[in-house]
Each structure stands twice: as C-alpha cells, then as structure tokens.
Design a protein around this ligand. Structure first.
Ligand SMILES: Cc1cc2nc3c(=O)[nH]c(=O)nc-3n(C[C@H](O)[C@H](O)[C@H](O)COP(=O)(O)OP(=O)(O)OC[C@H]3O[C@@H](n4cnc5c(N)ncnc54)[C@H](O)[C@@H]3O)c2cc1C
Ligand SMILES: Cc1cc2nc3c(=O)[nH]c(=O)nc-3n(C[C@H](O)[C@H](O)[C@H](O)COP(=O)(O)O)c2cc1C
Length: 759
C-alpha cells in the first residue's frame, strides 16, 4: 500500500509506525510543515489505560515513552487557603517534544519516509490523491478537512472561555488545579509535570491558565503578547509558584474549538485525531484519542480482505461512538470550567469533590475505590452538614453514605435523600386511588425511599389527563388517599407527598397502554389552557382561560390542598412542568396571551404564583411545598436553563421550599437530549445560583450517582422514577450494597442479615 499522512503529529506518526510495522512493503510517507525538533506546547497526559494500549501495539515506542514520562497518581485542588488531595488516579505526563522525537525515531527506524518543512495549502492535498490512502492527520486547523469540507461537514463549536498554554519550571508532584481570584476575576490553572529529566531553568510542568472572556478583558490581556502574559501570570500565581518561573512557547490566548465531523472519510481520504474531533484539554484526552484513532485505523486496514473504503467505514464505526462519548464527557467538563464562578461558595472539600466528579466519568464510588480516605472525609463533611441541617445526630464511624443522610424541610424530616418521583398509574376510578396505588406506593415506601411522591393528582375532574388519573376533587378521595398515607406512615420510615395538577391542553386522552389518543367526543371533557393552542394536530383545541376560569381553578387548588392535608400527606408538590396547565402558562411556546398573564416571564408566572400563594395559605405552615418545573423546553423559542433561574427566584420569593427540576414535555417539537443525569445540571444551577433547595431527577439509576449528586451539592434530594419502579426495593438494595444498615419492618426482620445470591 502507498499511504501518505499529511501532518506529522502523534496521530500521523503513530499510524505510519503501525502500518509500516504491519507490512514493511507498505510505502508510508509523513509530510510535516515543522522541522523535526520544533514543537508548540509542553506536555501531554496519558492514563495508565492508554499506556497499556500503546504497549500492546508497539512495545519499542512504548518502552521509550515509559523511560521519558513522569508518573503521578494524585490530583491536588488548591482553592482558598486549602489543598484538597485525592489519590489513586494513575496518569503519566510526557513532553510533547519527547513524544514526537520518540515517534519520529521509531518511524525512521522502520523505514517511514519523513518529509519536514512542507507547509501544505488545501489545494496541495490533490497532489497526493493517487496514493492508496491519504490521511488527514494535520490537527485542529486541518487543510485536508478544509479541502473536502463539503464531504466531511465539519462543525466547530468555539467555546467562550479563554486559555493560554504555558510551561513552568516547577516540578509539581500531582495533577494540579489552582483557583485564584484577583480584582479582574477568577483564574483557573490546569497544571501537571511531564518530565523528570529537565535541566535547571527548563520547563517541566504544563501550566494552562483559563478564565472567562470578561476576566481577560478586565485584566487587559486580550491583546497581550507572550511576555505580557507571562509577566501577569507570574505575578498572579507567585504564591503558588514557590519562586519558579513560567515559560512561553507560542503562548497566545485562545478559545477552545470542539470539532465534530459529519463523516470521517471521503473516497481514499480519511481524517484522524484533532483534524476530525477535539475534546477539551480539561480531560487531557487529545493525544490519547489521536493515537487510539491510529490504532483503530491500522487495525481496520490490516484486518481487511475488503477495500480501503471498507476499512475506512469500519474505522469510523468503531471510533465514532467512543469519541462521541468522550466528547460528551469533555462537554460537561468544559462547562464546569466555564461556570466555575458558580461553585466559589462551596467549601473546599465540596468544591474539590464537585471538580473531580464534574464529567460523570468519576463518581463517589470510583473515588471510594481509588482513595477510601478521601471519600471517608467527604462522607464525614456531608454527615456534619446534614446533622446541622436536620438536628439529627449521625454516626461518624463510619459516616453514612451521602444518600443516607437525613434532610429537614420545614418540620418534615426525611430519613434519607432518595425520593420516588411522581408517576401516573392511570388506574384510579373517577379520581379515587385503590388497591393498585396502595401496593405501588406502599411497596416503594417499604423499599426504603425517604419520600414517595404520589402521582399527578388532579384538582378537578376536567383537569385529568386520562379517565384513570388520580384526583383530589370529591369527598371520597380523602379516605382513599388516607388509607395509603396511613399505611406508609405505619409500616415504613418514609414520608409521603402528593403532586397537585391540572392537565390543561394535554388532557382528555386515553391511558398510555390504550394508545394515548384523544378521547372520542362523547367521552372527552372540555379543555382549558392559557392560549387556544392544541397540543398536537389530533388534539382538542383548548379554550383560552378567562379570569373567571382562573378563579374557579384557584379555588379547586385550595380545596384539593385542604383534602391533601386531611388525607395526611406530608409534602405537597405543585406540578408546573411537562406542559400541563401551570407549565403551559410559563412556557412562551404555549402562552401567547396579551394580558397581564402573558408576555414577560413575570407575567407568565403570574397565575402559577397566584396558585402557589393560595395553596401556601391553605397548607399547614409546618408542611413544605415543592414545585416541579421544566427547566428547559428543548425547543426553538422555548425556555432555556437560564430562564429557569428567573422562575426559581420567583418561586423562592413566593415561599417555595424546594424545586423539583425536570425538563421538557412542553411542546411537540421539543427534543430533549437524554443521557445519564441529563437534568441534574439544571438542579445544580438553581441550587447554586438561586440558593434554593432542589431535587434532581432524570436518568438517575445508580447509588454512586445518587451519592455523587448529594456529595457535590448538585441537589438536596435524588428522585428516581423508573429505577424505583423497576425495583421497589432500590433504596434497600443500595444500602445493602454499601454496607449501610436500614431498619426492616417487623414482619421482615428475618432478612435483616440475609444475603441473597442472584447468580
Ligand atoms: C492547551 C492544550 C492542552 C492540551 N493538553 C493535552 C493533554 O494534556 N493531553 C493530551 O493528550 N492532549 C492534549 N492536548 C491536545 C493535543 O495537543 C492534541 O489533541 C493532539 O496533539 C492531537 O494530535 P494530532 O496528531 O491529531 O494533531 P497535532 O498534534 O496538532 O498534529 C498535527 C500535525 O500536523 C502538522 N500540520 C498542521 N497543518 C499542517 C499543514 N498545513 N501542512 C503540514 N503539516 C501540518 C502540525 O505541524 C502538526 O505537527 C492539548 C491541547 C491544547 C490546545
Ligand atoms: C410511568 C411514569 C409516569 C409518570 N408520571 C408522572 C407524573 O405523574 N408527574 C410527573 O411530574 N412526572 C411523571 N413522570 C416523570 C417522572 O416523574 C420522572 O420525572 C421521569 O420519569 C424521569 O425520571 P427517571 O429517569 O428516573 O424515570 C412519569 C414517569 C413515568 C415513567
């Protein structure tokens, strides 16, 4: 084969090595614009796992890399006057210069043709197209990608923060983060040592400084040259540098571009490494991804009896999911650094935990395995916070896992931080809950959740979604609910809440398992909504609410509240999410009113807040009220997470105790980006920005995620819907897995020390 790699960085050189090694008859060329000894930047990072891949692929280059790298296993977070250290992370730093030298030498020894100082323009690529394979390994600003931009369909997302890549003569013992504030703003530093052989005065650590664009502007550095940058940073970080110097190397302030491509190959041209994708430097994966691309492409080319085209298709099929997963991780990580100002009120240990778990790759449980003493400290801090907040004395030997700490909201004391999210059962008879509800809610209460929230329960018959929806609108509903509430109180430590709602324009449909379609006219009831906009093309058009409708509904909410109290519920949740009536007042997509109940957010919140005030006045002072909101419409022109801040502020002012932060369900065209914990960032944002307690919900299914949410201060409660539906004893099982003891109900005492075997 004749292979030409355009760009001699880690991706191009490693592919060249692997392909020449695979078959010495291959003609492999690398075209590079720099001289062999040139390089920008300082060090790169590999995880222990990446190093294993490199060892398996080419022992010779791996051995040379191993001789040059500096290995560390701790992460130090310097914040305020403290350092938070977490161990067991296993990384190696390596000078980029050393890496390129090793790869160049190995490539040369194998017979790869290296051509330096050839700076290619996009049209120069055509001269190489007669090779069997042309590899675009020319990095971030790839000319190969530009030459075939129509085919590769690149998308470049320029991130708002600014960063500069500096070096430092300081031999840092750990992967190090500094967070320092001065009169211009907050500065983040990502720093790590990458060599053990530096001569005195030579850089031996990478020192990336990052800040917001506003901070850079205030510091007057937006147009700074390298010397001005170094001088400013040396003065700023002098207390951290211990007399060491910062060093420049094409150190200009930049924004980070996340690169994604629609397709990775075109005819016999393929993209590799930074040319086809980037992942933010805060997860240190760029070089790893580039070299792993090379491994996958070489494997695909080696394995095939098929054509080059087949191999390129196989390469993309293997790598794209991995890369996209890392890019998602990188995205959450870069957002943490874009919003670090938000976390500056956290105590150092919690700030450190939040940083370590920012991208979901590392959880409470991973850290427990890597560094048990660090997690023991985190758990002790959480226990101390919970003890102070709840007034309940907690053990410290050991401290309970974060999810098993109590929470007090007004006079309501929840025994732990797991709540069963409200879930419609569509099994009521004209609003009356029955046997099904008793077992459904009762078993989850026995199953260990600290709080179970009964499903969306409608305040009037015409406010139901389906004929099977639960209600609190007629006298017999009270004893029916009381039977369930009493069961929960008598037979479990759980508390029980109820979610009050009106379905609005999403009402009068069949049960989900009967097809969800609008009911036939003889069975349907009239719908109301803030504006006369049908939910979808098949739906009944709702009537625009008049002031008289609002007053009737206010009184329905009040009477349902009184009934909920008579039934003995401990917490009341107002449903202002998912496109139901109150939610459709809040979303600009469903509220087109021109009176004082439409228009601005304050106007759109007016009726929901009137409902809140009426309900608050009718609900006993000592009992809390939660409000569920959709923090994001996920639809063009709809609410964005930033708008949820305004909503939560108004709810807080009105006296809401806790916000249950969900999203979506508000518009047909909404396209939520589902994923693990996908709504938790919204709960975190409101908790930190508005200073209100929050519940996180949405794809929380592991106890390590629940612990991480509580320990990082992302929410006060973790709500589980499907996970606790799947396993009514989810919370008990989580306790057993973590060696945390929970009291069993008396009739079940015989299993208190029983360990079942499932396999
Ligand atoms: C601030 C910062 C910190 C980073 N930290 C890390 C880290 O800690 N760990 C990590 O693994 N990665 C890190 N990276 C990412 C890393 O530098 C890249 O992801 C990695 O080098 C990608 O390898 P590559 O071979 O695809 O591209 P590159 O390393 O960019 O190599 C491309 C090569 O092509 C050459 N080239 C480009 N254009 C032309 C042209 N027109 N003609 C001829 N030759 C050309 C270039 O000179 C270069 O040698 C960081 C990046 C940044 C910006
Ligand atoms: C069967 C079912 C019924 C639901 N009914 C309600 C409801 O009555 N009120 C509500 O606010 N959300 C309802 N939801 C949404 C859940 O409360 C929760 O927000 C959502 O399922 C995401 O959580 P999960 O990923 O843990 O399932 C329901 C979800 C399911 C699966």
């Amino acid at each position: 084969m004749h292979i030409v790699c355009l760009g001699g960085g880690p991706a191009g050189l490693y592919l060249a090595i692997l392909m020449k090694k695979a078959d010495p008859r291959n003609r492999v060329r690398v075209i590079e614009r720099n001289r062999p000894s040139d390089t920008f930047g300082f060090g790169v990072v590999f995880s222990d796992q990446t190093l294993e891949h490199l060892r398996d692929e080419d022992a010779e280059s791996y051995d040379a890399i191993e001789r040059s790298f500096y290995h560390w296993d701790s992460i130090d977070v310097f914040y305020r006057d403290q350092v938070v250290r977490s161990c067991g992370h296993g990384f190696a730093g390596l000078g980029r210069h050393d890496l390129l030298r090793i790869l160049q030498q190995r490539a040369q020894a194998l017979g790869v043709e290296l051509e330096f100082e050839r700076d290619l323009a996009p049209h120069d690529v055509d001269a190489y197209l007669d090779a069997d394979l042309v590899v675009g390994s020319d990095g971030l600003n790839s000319v190969v990608r530009t030459r075939f931009a129509d085919a590769f369909a690149p998308q470049i997302d320029w991130r708002p923060n600014r960063f500069v890549w500096l070096g430092s003569t300081q031999p840092l013992p750990a992967f190090t983060f500094f967070f320092d504030e001065n009169e211009h703003g907050l500065w983040r530093v990502h720093a790590y040592r990458y060599t053990q052989n530096a001569a005195p005065g030579e850089p031996q650590s990478t020192f990336i400084v990052e800040c917001t664009a506003e901070t850079l502007l205030r510091a007057g550095l937006d147009q700074a040259d390298e010397d001005a940058t170094v001088a400013y940073c040396e003065a700023l970080f002098a207390p951290r540098l211990g007399g060491h110097k910062l060093c420049k190397n094409r150190s200009m302030w930049r924004s980070f571009p996340t690169v994604r491509c629609g397709t990775w190959s075109h005819k016999n041209v393929v993209l590799l490494g930074d040319a086809v994708h980037t992942a933010h430097f805060s997860i240190g994966s760029g070089t790893k991804l580039a070299m792993e691309d090379a491994i996958a492409l070489a494997k695909a080319l080696r394995s095939g009896t098929g054509s080059v085209k087949d191999a390129l298709t196989a390469y993309e099929a293997e790598r794209r999911p991995v890369v996209e997963s890392i890019q998602r991780t990188a995205q959450t990580s870069l957002e943490w650094f874009e919003h670090t100002e938000r976390f500056m009120n956290l105590e150092p240990w919690q700030f450190g935990f939040s940083l370590l778990t920012r991208s979901l790759r590392i959880t409470h449980e991973n850290l427990q395995q890597r560094d048990p003493s660090f997690i023991a400290q985190v758990n002790e801090h959480i226990a101390a916070q919970a003890e102070q907040q709840s007034g309940i004395k907690l053990s410290r030997h050991p401290a309970p896992p974060p999810m098993f700490t109590p929470l007090r909201i007004r006079d309501l004391l929840l025994p732990n931080r797991i709540a069963v999210s409200p879930m419609c059962q569509y099994s009521a008879d004209d609003g009356t809950p029955g046997e099904w509800h008793l077992v459904h809610l009762g078993s989850r209460a026995i199953g260990g959740a600290g709080l179970v929230i009964a499903e969306m329960t409608d305040v009037c018959r015409d406010g139901r979604i389906s004929p099977g929806c639960a209600g609190l609108y007629k006298p017999e509903h009270v004893p029916a609910w009381k039977r369930i509430v009493d069961f929960v109180h008598q037979h479990s430590d759980a508390k029980i809440g109820v979610q009050l709602a009106h379905a609005g324009r999403k009402g009068a449909v069949a049960r989900p398992w009967q097809g969800d379609a609008p009911l036939p006219p003889d069975e349907a009831w009239p719908l109301i909504a803030p504006s006369a906009i049908a939910w979808n093309a098949q739906s009944q058009v709702p009537r625009e609410m008049t002031r008289a409708d609002m007053l009737t509904l206010l009184s329905d909410f009040v009477s349902a509240t009184e009934m909920a109290d008579m039934a003995g519920f401990d917490l009341l949740e107002l449903h202002m999410a998912h496109g139901y009536l109150l939610s459709s007042f809040i979303s600009p997509l469903s509220n087109l009113r021109t009176d004082e109940y439409g228009g601005s957010l304050v106007n759109r919140m007016r009726f929901p807040l009137e409902v809140f005030a009426a309900v608050r006045a009718a609900w006993p002072e000592e009992k809390p009220i939660s409000v569920r909101i959709s923090a994001h419409d996920w639809a063009p022109g709809g609410l964005l997470p930033g708008d949820a801040i305004g909503i939560a502020k108004l709810l807080k002012q009105a006296g809401a105790d806790i916000v249950d932060v969900s999203s979506g369900g508000t518009a047909q065209e909404g396209r939520p980006q589902y994923g693990r914990l996908y709504q938790t960032p919204f709960a975190e944002e409101l908790r930190l920005q508005v200073g209100i307690a929050t519940m996180a919900v949405g794809n929380i299914s592991s106890y390590s995620d629940a612990n991480s949410i509580i320990a990082a201060g992302r929410a006060d409660l973790a709500l589980l819907a499907r996970a606790h539906l799947f396993d009514p004893y989810w919370t008990r099982h989580a306790a057993a897995e973590q060696g945390h003891s929970m009291r069993w109900p008396d009739p079940y005492q015989s299993v208190a020390h029983y360990k079942p075997r499932f396999k």
